[in-house]
Design a protein around this ligand. Structure first.
Ligand SMILES: NC(=O)NCCC(=O)O
Ligand SMILES: [Zn+2]
Ligand SMILES: [Zn+2]
Length: 482
């Protein structure tokens, strides 16, 4: 069965033009005028864009003594309702657990996914087994390894472990990711604040100042450079971290930065709300920052020093958040955003003139498809690409509310935001997965997307590192015995 999307304006990362799209067998078969198929989707007055790719989600994640409340079923339903057609989740091996075994568990959980998905593998401990299994993970279609520089005593890895892992990534054509915060300093500040009786959710922000993030970002960049590998910094929330990335890129280093839609649009004032639940629901790491940091992140997207807008969707219910009453360090860290990322970025970015429509597509889909080496299968509107598409109604409006959302949690950090620009139809591999408020894709219809190693940037960097590696100078005329 073929589908024709007719009458719309195609918006990609580099072009805006009027054309129809013919879909056959889940892929884009043709782009041009006057196409027809067995079925027609009328896109008159709408923009047709590559479906969103969210490279940072934690669905059913075991964390801080609980599991995040959205699993691959509800999380990917939220994704499709928001115009996102692929998520990349984090596989987290337990202490001493093998990577391959953990991966099997994550495949099991992801069996419920309604949209396509992939995984990043987290390096949560270091040893010979991890070293030996990293190439096996790559052979399974995963080319990214995540390192937490924070969460001391839980997920955190130290510099020597990071250097060993980054070097292994360089050997096998994979890319390291980092959560960049100085975990030792955070742990110290948390204890100090608690000791002073500062135990509310606002102390979460005080315990993770921007300097802590900036220092860790600089350190990760240095380690990646010495290991000769590209680096992707997740949830960049502040100028200090952005500045480190900007400076590295200006020096020719292959460093990518990912701000979140939350950090772009919500500020630290949220933690001062007198309602404990309200503030705790917004506890995430890094915390929300002030206006100056937000301006820096927007400028990064405009200038190209930051490339991707993600959500870090890691949703906990109010009940789960209440574990931290009396001790802010026990509030499960994380917020939601999968359903709202595109609409909020469109409203606060495109509709304000901060971003062009093409920059919007680049930041929500195409750039990350290239970084993760799935372009042009994903993130593109080209013949042969998967027909992961969103028919975007730029005139549709709504007030964001937890009421009726697809996510399983009982609140929404964007509650009350008026958005203009929403998905009318989302297609996943050529099948209508969401239309007019209803998720149609069934649980289990998503597919695992393999991501091959050695993307072009990794290859280029390893060639450059090889060419510029220190070389011994061969000398003549050295007296014998010296
Ligand atoms: N970001 C957050 O607070 N929770 C999810 C885990 C992480 O990404 O650090
Ligand atoms: Zn993180
Ligand atoms: Zn995360």
């Amino acid at each position: 069965m073929t589908i024709a999307i007719k009458g719309g304006t195609i918006v990609t990362a580099d072009l805006t033009y009027k054309a129809d799209i013919l879909i056959d067998g889940g892929r884009i078969a043709e782009i041009g005028p006057n196409l027809s198929g067995d079925e027609t989707i009328d896109a008159t007055g709408a923009f047709v864009m590559p479906g969103g790719i969210d490279p940072h989600t934690h669905l059913e994640m075991p964390f801080m003594g609980t599991h995040s409340a959205d699993d691959f079923d509800t999380g990917t339903a939220a994704a499709l309702a928001g115009g996102t057609t692929m998520v990349v989740d984090f596989c987290l091996p337990a202490p001493n657990q093998g990577l391959v075994e953990a991966l099997q568990e994550w495949h099991q959980k992801a069996g419920k996914a309604r949209c396509d998905y992939s995984f990043h593998m987290a390096i949560t401990w270091w040893g010979e087994r991890v070293f030996a299994e990293m190439p096996k993970v790559v052979a399974e279609g995963i080319n990214t390894f995540k390192h937490f520089m924070a969460y001391k005593g839980a997920l955190m890895v130290n510099d020597d472990e990071m250097f060993a892992s980054f070097s292994r990534c360089a050997e096998i054509g994979a890319m390291p990711l980092v959560h960049a915060e100085n975990g030792d300093v955070v742990a110290f500040l948390q204890a100090k604040l608690m000791g002073e009786g500062n135990n509310g959710p606002e102390a979460h922000g005080y315990s993770r100042p921007p300097e802590v993030e900036g220092e860790a970002t600089n350190r990760a960049i240095m380690i990646a450079d010495q290991a000769g590998v590209p680096l992707y910094v997740v949830h960049v929330s502040c100028e200090q971290s952005h500045e480190a990335i900007r400076r590295a890129r200006a020096k020719g280093m292959r460093v990518f930065g990912e701000p979140l839609i939350q950090h772009l649009t919500l500020d630290e004032g949220e933690y001062l709300n007198p309602d404990w639940d309200y503030a705790a629901r917004r506890v995430m790491s890094p915390p929300f920052r002030n206006r100056l940091h937000q301006d820096s992140l927007w400028a990064g997207l405009q200038s190209g020093s930051l490339q991707v807008v993600a959500t870090d969707h890691c949703a906990f219910t109010t009940e789960q958040k209440r574990t931290g009453i009396g001790d802010f360090t026990k509030i499960p860290n994380g917020t939601g955003g999968l359903e709202d990322r595109l609409a909020v970025l469109w409203t606060k970015g495109v509709r304000t003139g901060r971003l062009t429509m093409n920059e919007f597509v680049a930041a929500t889909s195409t750039n990350i498809a290239k970084i993760l080496n799935v372009y042009p299968r994903k993130g593109a509107i080209l013949p042969g690409a998967d027909a992961d598409l969103v028919v975007w109604d730029p005139a549709a409006t709504k007030t964001i509310s937890a009421r009726g959302q697809k996510s399983a949690i009982d609140y929404n950090v964007f509650e009350g935001f008026e958005v203009t620009g929403l998905p009318a139809v989302t297609l996943s591999r050529g099948v209508v997965a969401y239309r007019d408020g209803e998720v149609i894709a069934g649980t289990g219809e998503g597919r695992f997307v393999e991501r091959p190693a050695n993307p072009p940037v990794a290859r280029a960097l390893s060639e450059w590192k090889e060419l510029t590696a220190p070389r011994r100078v061969e000398r003549t005329g050295i007296p014998a015995g010296v």
